[in-house]
Design a protein. Structure first.
Length: 420
């Protein structure tokens, strides 16, 4: 058993002292090839400090060797020492055969630091050197996809598929191309790529992407089939249940939509969107009690959840539970600035409770944002008339008559207000 085999054996066996002895022996008396091979093995096994020692020793002997610098930089990246890794990579000369590899690693490091323009420049520089190297096209495609530059990413992914290889760095290109096409809103174009990826390997995230894209494309039956397949493979994949429910809703099967909600909540009881969607389905089924239960649960999970507050208020106003409406609005006010629609809800609630000053305050707070909403202006105008505020009511009904000059009721009201 040679030194390399011995050390790996001791490391895997947990005999760290014996491994350290072999490492010292290699450092002192091993040849350079043995040191490099052992360093590579140590890096693969995750013994970073030991690998770093050997690479540093080798670099002291061969200070201009790009391959050693790249390997040492990879160790430093694994050790979260990106700055030192960049220094080593930047020191590699353009004529070195390892220079393109260094550029790829630098691009990845700069992207992680948010310096995407620098990252792109490094990749384009590498492509100038190795114009037909697929891994560079893959890296560029991944960068463009992450930046939402979908057209450029799609072009590169499509070119990669023409090489005959469909997997790079462990990434299935068919799946990735499907994802990017879907992100670009090209849902029907994306579907065959997802299907091809799944024919090669059933992978749950790809299956979800396929199902979601089918849903977005309007193929609800197909999406249901795929979401159900995913639920069988991984019932804990909680993201599927909301869209499964939406597919059933689109197919006008509210009972199964509600069942999807219940199944999802059983898996993820902290999913506010599921509770909110369940409330809307319950309303469509005329189950107001269940709808309120779901809306209130959504608000428990997120007290500032606007959609839940608005839909719950709509239900409460319908039920003439005005005190409850005000309670919801007070809760939302604690979370910060509130939506103008909530001010309008409050105005309606206070008006019906005959608390007219509070109603006026909320009408005024909603006005700037809702002054182009005819229904709001009409409600506000009639409220002002009831309160005897004819001057302000006049300005409101002038706005309304401008929006709808043929509305005879508003014309008549406007004439009476102007006469007075």
């Amino acid at each position: 058993m040679n030194n390399i085999q011995q050390m790996i054996h001791f490391l895997e066996d947990g005999s760290m002292e014996k491994a350290a002895e072999v490492l010292s022996k290699v450092k002192v008396s091993g040849n350079d090839e043995e040191k490099y091979i052992l360093a590579e093995e140590l890096l693969q096994l995750g013994f970073l400090n030991e690998a770093k020692e050997l690479y540093e020793l080798l670099l002291s002997l061969y200070p201009n060797e790009g391959e050693i610098k790249v390997s040492l930089a990879e160790v430093l990246v694994e050790m979260d020492n990106e700055e030192e890794a960049i220094n080593y990579l930047d020191s590699i000369h353009e004529s070195d055969p390892e220079f393109p590899r260094a550029l790829l690693i630098l691009a990845d490091l700069y992207q992680m630091q948010g310096l995407v323009e620098v990252s792109e420049n490094k990749l384009l520089q590498a492509k100038e050197i190795l114009q037909d190297e697929p891994i560079i096209d893959f890296a560029l495609a991944e960068l463009y996809a992450s930046l939402g530059r979908n057209a450029e990413a799609i072009k590169l992914y499509e070119a990669l598929l023409t090489t005959g290889e469909d997997t790079f760095a462990g990434v299935n290109i068919n799946s990735r191309l499907g994802e990017v096409l879907s992100s670009a809103g090209k849902f029907e174009e994306a579907l065959p790529y997802f299907e091809q990826a799944l024919e090669e390997n059933i992978e749950i995230n790809t299956l979800f992407g396929y199902a979601f894209t089918a849903y977005k494309a309007g193929f609800y039956k197909k999406a249901i089939e795929l979401f159900l397949q995913l639920s069988e493979l991984d019932p804990e994949y909680h993201s599927l249940y909301l869209y499964l429910g939406k597919c059933y809703e689109s197919e006008e099967d509210l009972g199964l939509a509600l069942e999807a909600v219940k199944s999802g909540i059983a898996v993820d009881e902290f999913n506010k969107e599921l509770f909110q969607f369940g409330g809307k389905i319950a309303l469509k089924m005329a189950n107001e009690e269940l709808a309120e239960h779901y809306f209130r649960n959504a608000l428990v999970l997120d007290p500032g959840y606007l959609d839940a507050a608005l839909t719950l208020n709509k239900l409460l106003l319908h039920q003439k539970r005005y005190e409850d409406v005000i309670e919801i609005i007070l809760q939302m006010e604690k979370e910060g600035d509130i939506d103008p629609q909530l001010h309008w809800d409050a105005a309606i609630a206070f008006q019906n409770l005959e608390q007219y000053q509070d109603a006026l305050k909320h009408y005024q707070q909603a006005y700037n944002d809702l002054k182009n909403n005819i229904e709001f202006l009409s409600a506000y105008g009639y409220f002002l008339i009831e309160e005897g505020n004819r001057a302000e009511a006049l300005s409101i009904f002038r706005l309304l008559s401008h929006e709808d000059p043929l509305n005879e009721e508003w014309i008549s009201l406007l004439e009476r207000l102007e006469d007075n």
